[in-house]
Design a protein around this ligand. Structure first.
Ligand SMILES: [Zn+2]
Length: 308
C-alpha cells in the first residue's frame, strides 16, 4: 500500500464565524474529492491525540485553559479575530493532531508509505503557549515529536510550503533537537516571522519569497536551496506542512503558483529524501482558502504521493 488518507468527521464540527476563510467547506471539498477522484485510496479515521502527545509540544496552562473554556453554544475568539473556538473545536483539534500521530505510526510500521492528513483546524501557527492564525495545536510538530519519542528517530525534516511562515514550527524546532524545519513563504506577510537572516544551521531554514512569486522562481528556489539542504541532512522521515495558499488567487496571500506546482514539489521532496527515508512521508494539511485551487492542489499532491 502506498498512500493512506487520515481524516475525521469532527473536522466538520469546528465552526468559524460567517465570512471566515478557514471554514467547514474546506474539509468538505476535500472529502468530496477523495470520494470522486481517489476512491481507491484508503481513508482511515484519525484518533484523538492523547494529552501527553499534545503536551510534548504545548504548555500545560494553555492546553488546560482551552479544555476548560470550551463554549457550550457560541463561537468565541482565542486571539483577537483570527482563531475561534466553537463547541466542536477542541475535539476536532485533538483529532487533527491525532491524524499526524496515526500517520506516523502507520508509516513506521510499514502499513503505508505515504500519508495525507486532511483535518482542520490547521496547526503551524499554534505556538507552545497560545492559539494563533486559525491554529490550536501544531499538528505536524506533535507528529514529529511522536516519531522521535516512540520510534527513536534522530532526524526528521518538516518542509512547509504553505504561503505563510510556520512561526510555531520555527519556534519548536529551535527548542527540540532532531527536527529540521524548512519553510518557503511569502514575506513580508502574516505572521511576519521567517525574515531574511532568521535561519539556524541544521534547525531552521527560512526562505522568504516576494509577493507575486510564480512557478519558475518557486521551482528554482527548491532546486537550488531546499533539495540540497535536505540531501545534506538525510532525514529518517519526511513530514510536509502542506498548505495550498501559495496558489494564485488565494484570499490570504499573493503568490502565483499553479496546482501543478504542488504535485511537482511533492514528488521532488519525496524523491530527494527517499535515499534516507525509504520514501516514508507524512503530509499534514495547513492552509489553502480558494476552494477550487485547494481541491486541485490537493489532487496534484495526492497523485504525487501515490506515484512516488
Ligand atoms: Zn497559510
Amino acid at each position: 500500500m502506498t498512500l493512506t488518507i487520515y481524516t475525521h468527521p469532527s473536522g466538520l464540527e469546528h465552526l468559524t464565524p460567517d465570512g471566515h476563510i478557514e471554514r467547514v467547506e474546506r474539509l468538505q471539498t476535500l472529502l468530496d474529492l477523495f470520494k470522486s477522484d481517489f476512491a481507491d485510496v484508503p481513508v482511515k479515521p484519525a484518533p484523538q491525540a492523547t494529552l501527553d502527545q499534545i503536551l510534548a509540544a504545548h504548555d500545560e496552562n494553555y492546553v488546560f485553559a482551552l479544555e476548560e473554556n470550551q463554549p457550550m453554544a457560541d463561537i468565541i475568539p482565542l486571539d483577537g479575530g483570527d482563531t475561534w473556538m466553537s463547541p466542536g473545536t477542541y475535539n476536532a483539534a485533538l483529532h487533527a493532531a491525532g491524524a499526524a500521530i496515526a500517520a506516523v505510526d502507520d508509516v513506521m510500521s510499514g502499513a503505508t508509505k505515504t500519508t495525507f492528513c486532511a483535518m482542520r483546524p490547521p496547526g503551524h501557527h499554534a505556538e507552545p503557549g497560545h492559539a494563533m492564525g486559525f491554529c490550536l495545536f501544531n499538528n505536524v510538530f506533535i507528529g514529529a515529536l511522536h516519531a522521535r519519542e516512540a520510534y527513536g528517530l534522530e532526524k526528521i525534516a518538516i518542509v512547509d510550503f504553505d504561503v505563510h511562515h510556520g512561526n510555531a514550527s520555527d519556534t519548536m524546532a529551535r527548542r527540540h533537537d532532531g527536527i529540521f524545519y524548512v519553510s518557503s513563504h511569502q514575506w513580508p506577510l502574516f505572521p511576519g516571522s521567517g525574515e531574511p537572516g532568521s535561519s539556524v544551521n541544521g534547525r531552521v531554514l527560512n526562505i522568504p519569497l516576494e509577493d507575486g512569486t510564480g512557478s519558475d522562481t518557486f521551482r528554482d528556489t527548491y532546486e537550488r536551496v531546499v533539495f540540497p539542504a535536505l540531501e545534506a541532512y538525510a532525514p529518517d522521515l519526511l513530514m510536509i506542512s502542506a498548505g495550498f495558499d501559495a496558489c494564485a488567487d488565494d484570499p490570504s496571500a499573493s503568490m502565483n503558483l499553479s496546482p501543478d506546482d504542488f504535485g511537482w514539489v511533492t514528488e521532488m521532496l519525496v524523491r530527494k529524501t527517499a535515499p534516507s527515508t525509504g520514501g516514508k512521508t507524512v503530509s499534514v494539511l495547513e492552509g489553502g482558502y480558494n476552494l477550487e485551487n485547494l481541491k486541485n492542489g490537493v489532487a496534484a499532491h495526492l497523485k504525487a504521493l501515490q506515484n512516488t
